[in-house]
Write a protein that binds this ligand. Structure first.
Ligand code: BUP
Length: 457
């Protein structure tokens, strides 16, 4: 091998769900003595994305950073007004900017790690410059397989029809039709179009890096990596659960309340950075928590983009709820340090949307989940969570917007989450397996070391 360490370019896409895994990968690569340059598109959709990037840079001075300017798409497409989807497309449109930035780097790049949502544009730049491109898929392997097969599904409508029961990807266990993200039934939806046009480039990558581990998704990984399913794909490289990097404590609201709660007694409730619940659903959830009587730590978001979230807690919940439950729980708005909450001994359960980063964070800490998927990949992820035994899923609650889930239903499910010793034991076991996977010589550690070794040749 050469004497200089590999130099890796990282290209995340929009939203915390996409930025977070890249920052964690950056930190892991730096600790393994690689050189890393992080490329970020400016402006970001959420304020949190820029805050986290700055924080990360200040704690990782070895990281190089290139912030390139893009012109965001402000006007909504006729099929979606989701600012994050619009930003995927905007970043892809600016791929031409990357060519000079990549070719002029010194030392030159040994590899690119790029978000799957930028696959086709980055693949082209990487090929022009003869830099190996690894793709990073930010969801489960199961959901990745659905995206990879989406061009075939949308080209033969009979294969993806809301009137059938399941979707078959040859070589994999069928997916329930109810788990398919609703936009996928509309070939003209911006999200569908975006995935369909990027999926063919998946097979051009040197490998697909995924934040998962062998033990957690064994069947899907084995089927793809043995060529029994989706044989056009490069190897899937499970390197998770990605190691959270240290965050400086004073940047977040501190939660001393948690320190005073009994072990494994608190339900942590959060639906990620992109889900805003309706006011009615927030009230029912409050009712469910109160009826159950559990201790809780609830992070509320009432708007999709953090910059626009300015509703007061009293308006959302009513001041009497906050008074009645003041000895039982706390409700907060704004950003919390989730990895620290999940690691806290008082946290005993997690009501969550099954964003994949959250799933892997819960897996690493062995915290059982009550899955309440809201949109996108989250139902497919919930299926994976259920199969691995990390959590329970109230399938009949539907997607977030499908129906109002009532307080008494929520009360019962919280009981199942918090009082089920078998579930807790199994979740603990998941935590042990997760730690094993990423520990020295664990399955995920070996995969990452293998990638770095190839780049060193
Ligand atoms: Br909200 C919130 N603190 O207050 P997901 C989130 N997080 O640390 P999402 C905090 O953001 P997509 C908060 O730990 C996770 O790493 C959380 O990613 C962290 O869901 C990340 O769980 C959120 O994948 O994104 O944000 O809905 O839908 O794109 O996966």
């Amino acid at each position: 091998g050469s004497q200089t360490p590999p130099h890796i370019a990282l290209f995340p896409s929009a939203g915390m769900g996409h930025l977070t895994p890249f920052l964690r990968i950056a930190s892991m690569l730096l600790s393994k003595n690689c050189m890393v340059t992080l490329f970020t598109a400016h402006p970001t959709v959420s304020a949190t994305e820029s805050t986290y990037t700055s924080l990360f840079l200040s704690t990782h001075p070895q990281l190089k950073h290139i912030n390139y300017q893009i012109t965001p798409s402000h006007q909504s497409n006729s099929t979606t007004d989701d600012p994050f989807f619009l930003q995927f497309a905007a970043i892809s449109r600016h791929a031409h900017l990357l060519h000079p930035l990549l070719s002029s780097a010194s030392p030159s790049f040994s590899a690119i790690f790029s978000d799957f949502s930028l696959a086709s544009s980055i693949t082209q730049v990487a090929a022009d410059l003869a830099i190996p491109n690894y793709m990073v898929s930010t969801s489960s392997v199961r959901f990745f397989s659905l995206m990879a097969y989406l061009p075939i599904l949308t080209s033969e409508p009979a294969k993806l029809s809301s009137s059938s029961f399941e979707v078959n990807i040859p070589g994999l266990t069928p997916l329930s039709i109810t788990s398919i993200p609703p936009p996928f039934f509309d070939p003209n939806h911006l999200f569908t179009e975006h995935i369909v046009s990027n999926a063919p480039a998946f097979s051009e990558a040197k490998g697909i890096i995924i934040n998962t581990f062998d033990w957690f998704e064994p069947e899907t990984l084995a089927a793809i990596n043995s060529g029994r399913a989706l044989s056009n794909l490069p190897p899937i490289l499970p390197i998770g659960p990605l190691e959270p990097y240290e965050l400086s404590k004073d940047q977040f609201q501190s939660l001393p309340w948690l320190d005073n709660q009994p072990e494994e007694s608190v339900v942590y409730v959060s639906f990620g950075s992109r889900t805003a619940m309706s006011k009615d659903q927030i009230r029912e959830l409050a009712d469910g928590l109160e009826r159950n009587g559990c201790r809780f730590l609830w992070v509320i978001k009432s708007s999709k983009v953090d910059k626009e979230d300015n509703q007061e807690l009293e308006d959302l919940l009513g001041s009497s709820f906050l008074e009645r439950t003041q000895n039982k729980g706390i409700v907060v708005k704004g950003w919390v340090n989730q990895q620290e909450i999940l690691a806290h001994p008082a946290t005993g359960g997690f009501i969550n949307h099954c964003g994949w980063n959250s799933v892997m964070e819960a897996a690493s800490r062995g915290v059982p989940l009550l899955a309440w998927p809201q949109h996108g990949d989250q139902r497919v992820n919930a299926e994976v969570v259920e199969n691995a035994g990390l959590g329970i899923w109230a399938r009949d609650w539907g997607w977030g917007v499908e129906r109002l889930v009532k307080g008494d239903e929520i009360e019962r499910k919280i009981g199942e989450l918090m009082k089920n010793e078998k579930l807790r034991d199994r979740a603990r076991k998941v935590g042990e397996e997760a730690r094993k996977a990423r520990g020295t010589d664990g399955s995920s550690d070996k995969v990452l070391m293998g990638v770095i070794e190839v780049l060193n040749l």
